[in-house]
Design a protein around this ligand. Sequence first.
Ligand SMILES: O=C(O)CNC(=O)[C@H](CS)NC(=O)CCC(=O)C(=O)O
Length: 279
Amino acid sequence: MTWPFAAVAQFCASSIITRNASICNELIERAASQGAKAVFFPEASDFIAESTAQSVQLTTNLNESPFVKSLQDSARDKRIWVSVGVHEKSPSPSKIYNSHLLIDDQGNIVSVYRKIHLFDVDIKNGPRLMESDSTNGGNAILDPIVTPIGNVAQQTCYDLRFAELSIAQRHRGADILTFPSAFTVKTGQAHWEPLLRARAIETQTYVIAAAQIGPHNAKRTSYGNAMIIDPWGTVLARCGDSIAPSLAIAPINLDYLKKIRTEMPVTNHRRTDVYPKIY
Ligand SMILES: O=C(O)CNC(=O)[C@H](CS)NC(=O)CCC(=O)C(=O)O
């Protein structure tokens, strides 16, 4: 059996939505031409705004977004699944959702995850970001979605730091955890790869982590290092240091995943008589 390939994307979004759309659609074409069955884009691929006000002003409903429509068209034309982070209107006029869409190879949006944990931090000599100024948090952990590469479970960026979500999604049947992200440089250097590898190792799942890279505007730069990790914690593929749009590709081997889980059945060893089962 040859195993299906996944592609993870890395680029630098600006506040110009049409430009970001061209980059993503070009990468979808490239991923499909390399034989990938699914391609994963970063958080906020539609735009990175220069202010809270601009972020709210640029945001539409999903069914009114030319960015989303163009990715749906590309997914259908190229017969490839697409995971992508975008902004979405919420019921409150001054706040949005930070959403993660899964689009199937017919161009249908099959799942919309709304980021649960909001990045409100003020780090000395580091970033100060108050995501909750512009964003409402979601309230649901989603079930994994069956795709040609395996069961894909959606999260977003800062959610990575809350292992409960990954454990819950593992219990619900995830083969692959996905973290579309725009990590800051300071936190990324310290935490990005160890957190991703920890989630892969402790849940024995593949981890696909798309990332924004480089300077979006005068105030904001992202860490990059998009990567695909296997259930043993090995980094199978990663994007390089260039801020030019790029892809990294790896096979998703569910026999290998089963082998890892059989040889060391950590999920069966959980002491849910001592602490609660997360589900
Ligand atoms: O701003 C947008 O439009 C999109 N949202 C983001 O980029 C979010 C909120 S500012 N970034 C993160 O969650 C970074 C997390 C991070 O860097 C960490 O956990 O260390």
